[in-house]
Write a protein that binds this ligand. Structure first.
Ligand code: ASP
Ligand code: MG
Length: 436
């Protein structure tokens, strides 16, 4: 008997009508013969509203109490959804994260799952029930309620799927899947049929919001087959899975963008051994996540060090940066919040030279200045002015023809390795895979 984990996001359970509709969908999966474990987010903007409410009481509430408050959001949706399923004549039971055996470390607000003790969930499934679990939460090794960070229900779902040995983890959301770019910016962006775990990790890390980064790490580490799809339509979404299982093998998969970071430059740093460590150690110790570091050496023995960090951390980083600047004898610190980052991601980059040059050509032709570049083996990221980000995304999407399904690997039963076949753009529409 198939066992599936389904996760429904906040928009999908935004009001009573939507909860009833989701209940219908869950019941349909159960009627089709599957054991179903469902993870649910808080309704609509509940988590934001609860956070605002806390802010009206205290500017810096204790993490423990904030977690106690925020976990209430998922408790509401899990109970209502269970009632809706019961109303349809099926037996369902809800569990908080703690009751479902989600054990985390003690880091309030961004706890990591350390164990999933799924016995109660398994027993309930075994008894023929549909199990509804509150996402985004767990119980710490100190027995306190914790939350997993914003978007954490994705991680709850993938972790449960791994622990239960589920056949698949379906992430139901308000978009149809993972797109070649944000469709609000690029109208002809195409829904991807599949991406590898590695590509999805890069996309989630560089601004794609559809899956929480940690859930993708979890999926990769445990090999959880993940299907991101819309709760409002019945079509196939995007499969996130191991690279060698993929049918579709384009060189480039997608362009992501992110305007949530700021750029910091420490100006006139003496160019001597140990300086980079003196700059970055204090930031690391304060758990400030640094990205995209560049250092330019100059003729007069001084250098500028630039890097990016989340805008949200800028206020906290301010005094630390000033202290660093004094300690290393730099001439000052400049911060710039008007930047954006665009990232081109594709597993085929590893074996195809010239991708970076093509990306830089496209930006040059559009007159867009690149301020910082960083790469991994399957990603190229550029910092540009925030005001240019949308144009940069469209330019790069167009340059790499991402609206077209360019190259498809055929998994032909007679050829062990599969063949790579280039499709003419007008032939792409005749493929049954990749529905756009
Ligand atoms: N309700 C939480 C949030 O809004 C968790 C989630 O939806 O995944 O971030
Ligand atoms: Mg989400």
């Amino acid at each position: 008997m198939a066992l599936i984990v389904q996760k429904y996001g906040g928009t999908s359970v935004g009001d009573a009508e939507r909860i009833k509709r989701v209940a219908g969908r869950i019941v349909a999966a159960a009627d089709a013969g599957a054991q179903v474990c469902v993870v649910v987010s808080a309704m609509g903007r509940t988590t934001d509203e609860l956070t605002d409410l806390a802010g009206q009481i205290s500017p810096a509430p204790h993490g423990r109490e904030l977690d106690m408050l925020l976990t209430a959001g998922e408790r509401i949706s899990m109970a209502l959804l269970t009632m809706a399923i019961n109303e349809l004549g099926h037996e369902a039971i809800s569990f908080t994260g703690s009751q479902a055996g989600i054990v985390t470390d003690t880091s309030h607000g961004k706890a990591r799952i350390v164990d999933v003790r799924a016995r109660r969930v398994l027993e309930a499934l075994g008894a023929g029930r549909i199990v509804i679990v509150a996402g985004f939460q767990g119980v710490s090794t100190d027995f306190d309620v914790t939350t997993l960070g914003r978007g954490g229900s994705d991680t709850t779902a993938v972790a449960l799927a791994a622990a239960l040995g589920a056949d698949a983890c379906e992430i139901y959301t308000d978009v149809e899947g993972v797109f070649t770019a944000d469709p609000r910016i690029v109208p002809d962006a195409r829904k991807l049929h599949a991406v590898s775990y590695e590509e999805m990790l890069e996309l989630s890390a560089t601004g794609a919001k559809v899956l929480m980064l940690r859930s993708v790490e979890y999926a990769r580490n445990y090999g959880v087959l993940t299907h991101v799809r819309s709760s409002f339509t019945t079509g196939d979404g995007t499969w996130v899975r191991a690279e060698d299982e993929r049918m579709e093998q384009a060189i480039i998969s997608a362009v992501a963008h992110d305007t949530s970071e700021a750029k910091v430059t420490i100006v006139g740093v003496p160019d001597t051994p140990g300086v980079a460590s003196s700059v970055f150690r204090p930031l690391a110790d304060s758990e400030i996540n640094i990205d995209m570091i560049v250092q330019n050496s100059s003729a007069d023995g001084r250098t500028d060090i630039s890097f990016t960090l989340p805008k949200d951390d800028l206020r906290r980083a301010g005094p630390i940066l000033d202290a660093i600047s004094d300690r290393v004898g730099a001439s000052g610190v400049e911060t710039d919040s008007s930047i954006g980052k665009i990232s081109l991601v594709g597993a085929g980059m590893k074996t195809h030279p010239g991708v970076a040059a093509d990306m830089f050509d496209a930006l040059a032709d559009a007159g867009i200045n690149i301020e910082i570049i960083s790469t991994s083996s399957i990603r190229i990221s550029c910092v540009v002015r925030a005001s240019e980000v949308e144009r940069a995304v469209r330019t790069v999407h167009q340059k790499f023809d991402l609206a077209q399904e360019a190259v498809v690997r055929e998994e032909h039963p007679l050829t062990a390795t599969g063949q790579i076949r280039a499709l003419r753009p007008d032939a792409a529409g005749s493929e049954s895979r990749g529905t756009q």
